[in-house]
Design a protein around this ligand. Structure first.
Ligand code: T1G
Length: 699
């Protein structure tokens, strides 16, 4: 039963349950109303306690209902809160654990609130591009004070209940069991015949509310960038201060409805769902039991290997790290320690924690020392010969059932798996650099990868706080295969008339963290050069602008060599446009007989993003990605795609796929037009008026 009632003496205890986070879904809302009515009709009941009865009081509105008819069905959350507020018998909420969004708003509608000291309390709606839509903006400032409420609502960050102990929000902070304390309070209220207080009647006390709101408006406007929600939150809070309660509720309602329709909120909600959906693999059910990972081995103590190791150390998992030479091992360990020491200096961890983590790390030069590892991750050179040497060794020393993973970013995982006698235990774990910082992890499922191996790595990813997305085997997997098309377009734009700074500026203006050329300078242009050299052999038909090769021939590898697409000054990461590079680009256009033309920002943005979209469509069609939202998650978590645009596939859905095709057809008539052959899936969906993302289709 989603909602149950039990009578303790004369107190009705109503408990609602809706795993995983006690969201206030339709069945819960209905059950809460029925249980209330039953308690009101029962003469033996003198007071009512409402509780979530698990580690969650409630995560708020059930977001799984957001795109379904249930969300419109009565009773709405408003109706539930109104009914509880109108109760003629005292109602006490027992906040046993996390109370977020609508869960906190429900609590604010009743007469008394008891919270566990360590329960997390928050209104996180702003993180979904919304504002609290069930009275939170009106009641929280009355109960927790204007400044506390504003901070909580505008940041969306939850706080511990005990930090609000000196406000009117909670009548009691519980050190033990919140439900027991709520029942005790019910007894007191009934015995004393206490009145039924309502938060809506309370005044907002602040010595200079208007001054504070004015100051906050300036600060929020400056900090909220492209997001409309924070200022809308402020509007509603201001109405709580300046207007009667019911009028304030109308301002809140209007703000909520307006935000619901904004592309930013749609994109944020899509991103939230997409990330959680990515961890679910269709053919792996809960019957597939993950293997236990108690110890990890890592081959290679370079930048990648060291960064990967830190993820496990941070999660308390011991790591054995292997190198071929003592000198490399020493250097790797020094770097890891330096990273931790830097974090300690910035106050992010204590000196003791640094020692604890370093204590979990065992360096070795001997493969035999990896015999007790439950999972071994290889992070050596991107060459088959190097991988072959490592995996043949691992096959000899790894214990039966150990998972063997390759951190390759472009090579064929199936071929790597066949270097061993146990391809079922092999898969790819593609970390992004710096591996201890970047959230994305592409988990590459080989043809032979066993289900429990994949399930293990997906669960492990959660443990080390990565956003994991499953990719099939192909050159570049999801992220890099798409970025190659994007880089090709960036190069063609140079051939035709643009300069690196113009391309970067155009794409950064729409919200990308970094344009393709600044990104190349950061990552090292020599890496792309090496990959292209391989491509020239393997795929001679694939065309590229020569400018990137010419740049490397000039020795301009990027920040690490002090110059790349841009010039750099020592100790300064600012990218300064380079006259030398501009001249090289202009000369190259002349050499290939292209008359340079002025290219506008719109064309730059469309060509860069639609090149991602078209390759994404191929990837989806080939089953390399299981769903469009997985591709979006890759780009949001790993490639600096602006979150408020929801990822490339969602962005294309928002533009409309037929518009995307129309633009591609235009570009097909231009320079290097062959790149613009629409993927069959894109064409099919566009013809049918459909979108890539079916579950989170923008309305
Ligand atoms: N409803 C339903 N399911 C939810 C949920 C929710 N509100 N929140 C999370 N889940 C699922 C999630 O999909 C995942 O499922 C599992 O719970 C664990 O989540 C009118 C309109 C609660 C702090 O914005 O911030 O009230 O993948 O992996 O790190 O004002 O989820 O296991 O199947 O994230 O422990 C306001 C959003 C709604 C809360 C838990 N509420 N959620 O974090 O685990 S709007 C929110 C979170 C609202 C009213 C408005 C976090 C969490 P699965 P998880 P976690």
């Amino acid at each position: 039963m989603p909602v149950t009632s039990a009578i303790h003496d004369f107190v009705a205890v109503i408990t609602f349950s809706n795993p995983p986070v006690n969201g206030l879904g339709q069945a819960i809302r209905r059950g809460l109303i029925d249980a209330l009515n039953e308690a009101l009709e029962n003469d033996a009941v003198k007071a009512i306690v409402v509780t979530g009865g698990s580690q969650y009081f409630s995560g708020g509105a059930d977001i799984r209902e957001f795109n379904t008819p249930q969300v419109q069905m009565e009773p709405s959350l408003h109706s539930v809160i109104n009914a509880y507020e109108a109760s003629t018998k005292p109602v006490i909420v027992a906040i046993n654990g996390t109370a977020l969004g609508g869960g906190l708003e429900l609590s604010l509608g009743v007469n008394y609130r008891v919270a566990s000291a360590n329960a997390l309390i928050g209104l996180p709606e702003v993180k979904l591009g919304l504002l609290p839509g069930a009275g939170g903006t009106q009641r929280l400032p009355r109960a927790a004070g204007l400044e506390n409420a504003l901070n909580m609502i505008v940041s969306g960050t939850p706080v511990l209940a005990k930090t609000l102990a000196d406000t009117r929000l909670f009548d009691r902070i519980s050190q033990g069991d919140a439900q027991d304390d709520a029942i005790a309070l019910a007894h007191e209220v009934v015995a004393a015949g206490k009145p039924l207080p309502h938060v809506r009647d309370w005044k907002i006390d602040h010595p200079n509310a208007e001054g504070f709101l004015g100051f906050s408006r300036t600060a929020i406007a400056a900090a909220s960038g492209p997001y409309p929600a924070p200022l809308r939150c402020l509007d509603a809070i201001e109405a709580a201060v300046l207007k009667p309660f019911d009028e304030g509720m109308q301002v809140e309602r209007a703000g909520f409805m307006a935000l619901l329709e904004t592309p930013e909120s749609k994109a944020l909600r899509h991103a939230f769902f997409a990330e959680r959906a990515a961890s679910k693999v269709t053919d792996i059910g809960s019957d597939v039991k993950p293997r236990e990972i108690k110890r990890v081995g890592i081959i290679g103590a370079g930048t990648m290997g060291g960064g990967i190791a830190m993820n496990f150390l941070n999660a308390g998992i011991p790591v054995t790290i292997l190198e071929v030479k003592q000198e490399f091992l020493d250097r790797g360990l020094t770097t890891i320690r330096k990273n931790y020491d830097n974090s300690a200096k910035k106050g992010r961890m204590t000196a003791e924690q640094v020692e604890q983590r370093m204590g979990l790390l065992t360096p070795t030069l001997a493969y035999a020392d990896l015999g007790d590892a439950d999972m071994i991750i290889e992070a050596v050179f991107e060459e088959y010969d190097a991988k072959k040497a490592v995996f043949e060794q691992l096959d000899k020393v790894a214990k039966p059932g150990a998972i063997l993973a390759s951190n390759t970013s472009t090579l064929d995982v199936d071929r790597i798996a066949n270097f061993t006698s146990r391809p079922q235990d092999v898969l790819g774990t593609h970390f992004f650099s710096p591996a201890n910082v970047m959230k994305l992890l592409e988990v590459v499922r080989g043809k032979a990868t066993a289900k429990d191996v994949l399930a293990t790595v997906m669960a492990l990813a959660k443990k080390i706080k990565k956003t994991a997305v499953v990719s099939g085997v192909c050159d570049g997997f999801i992220g890099n295969r798409m970025i190659e098309q994007y880089s090709r377009q960036a190069g063609f734009l140079l051939d035709e008339g643009a300069l690196p700074q113009q391309v970067d500026r155009a794409i950064e203006k729409i919200g990308f963290a970094m344009g393709p050329f600044r990104m190349g300078d950061l990552a090292g242009n020599d890496i792309g050069w090496a990959i292209r050299k391989r491509r020239y052999r393997e795929k001679p038909d694939m065309t590229y602008s020569k400018t990137a090769d010419l740049l490397c021939e000039m020795g301009r590898y990027g920040q690490k060599t002090g110059s790349g697409w841009y010039d750099y000054k020592a100790g300064d990461r600012t990218a300064y446009p380079s006259a030398e590079v501009d001249a090289m680009i202009v000369k190259h256009s002349a050499d290939i007989g292209v008359t340079r033309r002025k290219i506008d920002d719109k064309e730059i943005v469309e060509r860069l993003i639609y090149s991602l979209v078209n390759e994404g469509a191929h990837i989806l069609e080939e089953g390399i990605a299981a769903k469009a939202s997985d591709i979006d998650t890759v780009y949001l978590a790993g490639y600096g795609f602006p979150v408020w645009r929801g990822g490339p596939m969602f962005y294309a859905d928002t533009v409309g796929l037929s518009h995307v095709i129309a633009a591609m057809n235009r570009y097909a008539k231009g320079y290097q037009g062959d790149a613009w052959e629409p993927a069959p899936l894109l064409r099919k969906l566009a013809d049918a008026g459909q979108s890539f993302n079916t579950t989170a289709k923008p309305a």
